[in-house]
Structure formats: structure tokens, C-alpha cells
Design a binder for this molecule. Structure first.
Ligand code: NAD
Length: 293
């Protein structure tokens, strides 16, 4: 069993660390939030007073932080300087490709194996250990990371070298953001045409318009009992997080000269959703904005 330093025990990191504890690893936890840290300690993690203390004897360091600036700060100012020689570094946060590659390069220069391993599957997937991990790094680093990722997820895909996990993640979430808008627009059009939501769901879910946003996460109440629409759009995945990911894909499109007109329009619409005060609601609440509510 390994000694794992876990940094960032929020909505995702908390249940991911809990699954490592269930797999009998020793987890030494650190978070700036005392509430998040205490919740992890209650599940069996050891409390660390700083990142330096958490990583100093760890075989593996795993982080699940909000954005690129947090990941750069944590790795460039604390982890790389204090981690034990030979430790494996795994960042599971969703961040920009450039930051992921910068941190991986600093880690490599200091002699560490590191992978970026962002996830798909949300809090439900983190809890049930059914996450998909999209991994960027060397074959050797991936081989070391895989057994740990398998204890927190189901599908583990090596997407290429450093930063390519993040590249796969921004592409996936651009599809998610756009497809949620497509489903929302179709349901609001259907409503105005006099179609019952359940009937439209029954047709589309078995037709060519079917997609994850419809089948697993239907934005109108009724057809999918577990979707946030049935709990007043409590997240789930917040509109603020979706906007962050849409902006990451737009930054990446600008940097590479890729044409993403629907991604650009979707980013603007999620920006409107956040600006009207719905940042903390689930991103599928965009259906209400489209409905004119
Ligand atoms: P969260 O805000 O619940 O958790 C982040 C945690 O990091 C917080 O507890 C915060 O206190 C801690 N933190 C911030 N800076 C820190 C630092 N310097 N040192 C130590 N701890 C620090 O966010 P989350 O929902 O768990 O998301 C984490 C990451 O996972 C994000 O990058 C997000 O985009 C990604 N993600 C989230 C979901 C989801 O459904 N929530 C799904 C897929 C991916």
C-alpha cells in the first residue's frame, strides 16, 4: 500500500481520496479549507499542516485544484521543492494546456515523473469510482499512475505527452457545453410547438439527436429523475465551472488557430448565464435562460 499526499479535497477530491482510503492506501491530506480537510480526516485521512508536510514522505502526490494558477502555485512553490525523491506526481485538476505543460516540464527537470490526468464523470463518478481519466505524460509515468487511477475510475486513457490529458478534456467539455445548448433549444422549441417533454425525450433518446446531455442529464424536469432539473438545478456541475471550461477551449482555439464558432457562441451564452446570477446553479439551468425565464 502506498503513502499518498492528496492536495485539494473539495467536491471531487474528497470522494476521490475516500476511494484511495477504501483501497487501503495511507492518505495524507492538505486543503486550504478546514472544512474540506476535516471531512477527509473524518473518512480516515491524516491531516497535514502544509503541502510541504503532506508530500515529504509520500510515494505519490495527487492534486485536485480549481484552476491553472492554483496548480502552478502548488507545484512550482511547494510540491517540487519538498516531494520525496522518486515520488510520482498526478494532477487531476482541469486546467489550461499551457500551465499543465509548464508544470510537467518543471517536474521533469527536478527528476519527477508527472502526468496530467483530468477527469470526466462529476461528483457521482468520483464517489462511485467510475471516472474517466484522460492522461498526458510519458509511457513510463502513465504505467506508474494507472494502478492508482484505476482505484478512482473506470476508463483510463493515455492521450499522449504532457498536457494532452487537458487537451482531450477541453475538447470533451466543449462538446458537452454545446450539446446541452442544443438539447435545451430543442426542448424549448418543442414546448412552443405543443410537444410534451416526456414524448420528445422518448423520441429523441432513441433517435439520431440522442446524446449524453439528453439521456443522462436532461435539462427539463421529468424524463431523467437523477438530472439536476429535478432538484431546482442544484449542481452537479456548476455554470461557473462550465464557463471556465468553455473559456479554456476558446483560449486553446485562439492559441492554435482552430475554428470553433459554436464553441465561441456557447461560451458567450454561459457567460450570460453566470452574469445573470446563476453561477452556482447547474450548467443545465441554461434551459431556463433560453426559455426566457
Ligand atoms: P472545489 O472548489 O470543490 O475543490 C477545490 C479544492 O481545492 C477546495 O477545497 C479548495 O479549498 C482547494 N484549494 C484551492 N487552492 C488550494 C491550495 N493552494 N492548496 C490546497 N488546497 C487548495 O472544486 P471541485 O468541484 O472539486 O473541482 C476540482 C477540479 O476538478 C476543477 O479543476 C474542476 O474543473 C474539475 N472537475 C470538476 C467536476 C465537478 O463536477 N465538480 C467534474 C470534472 C472536473
Amino acid at each position: 500500500m502506498a503513502k499518498i499526499a492528496f492536495i485539494g479535497l473539495g467536491n471531487m477530491g474528497g470522494p476521490m481520496a475516500a476511494n484511495l482510503l477504501k483501497a487501503q492506501h495511507q492518505v495524507v491530506a492538505f486543503d486550504l479549507s478546514d472544512a474540506a480537510l476535516s471531512a477527509a480526516v473524518e473518512k480516515g485521512a491524516t491531516r497535514a499542516a502544509s503541502i510541504a508536510e503532506a508530500v515529504k514522505n509520500a510515494d505519490v502526490v495527487i492534486s485536485m485544484l480549481p484552476a491553472g494558477k492554483h496548480v502552478r502555485d502548488v507545484y512550482e512553490n511547494s510540491v517540487i521543492a519538498n516531494a520525496a525523491k522518486g515520488a510520482l506526481l498526478i494532477d487531476c485538476s482541469t486546467i489550461d494546456v499551457e500551465s499543465a505543460r509548464a508544470v510537467a516540464s518543471a517536474a521533469a527537470k527536478a527528476g519527477f515523473d508527472m502526468v496530467d490526468a483530468p477527469v470526466s464523470g462529476g461528483v457521482g463518478g468520483a464517489t462511485a469510482s467510475t471516472l474517466t481519466f484522460m492522461v498526458g505524460g510519458t509511457d513510463a509515468a502513465f504505467a506508474r499512475a494507472k494502478p492508482f487511477l484505476q482505484q478512482m475510475g473506470k476508463n483510463i486513457v493515455l492521450a499522449g505527452g504532457a498536457g494532452n490529458g487537458q487537451a482531450a478534456k477541453v475538447c470533451n467539455n466543449m462538446i458537452l457545453g454545446i450539446s446541452m445548448l442544443a438539447v435545451s433549444e430543442a426542448f424549448m422549441l418543442g414546448k412552443r410547438l405543443g410537444l410534451d417533454a416526456q414524448k420528445l425525450f422518448d423520441v429523441v433518446s432513441t433517435s439520431s439527436g440522442s446524446c449524453w446531455s439528453l439521456v443522462n442529464y436532461c435539462p427539463v424536469p421529468g424524463p431523467v429523475p437523477t438530472s439536476p432539473a429535478n432538484r431546482d438545478y442544484q449542481p452537479g456541475f456548476t455554470a461557473a465551472m462550465m464557463l471556465k471550461d468553455m473559456m479554456l477551449s476558446q483560449d486553446a482555439a485562439r492559441a492554435t488557430g482552430a475554428s470553433t464558432p459554436l464553441g465561441a457562441e456557447a461560451a458567450q451564452l454561459y457567460n450570460m448565464l453566470v452574469n445573470r446570477g446563476d453561477a452556482a446553479l447547474d450548467f443545465s439551468s441554461i434551459v431556463r435562460m433560453i426559455d426566457g425565464k
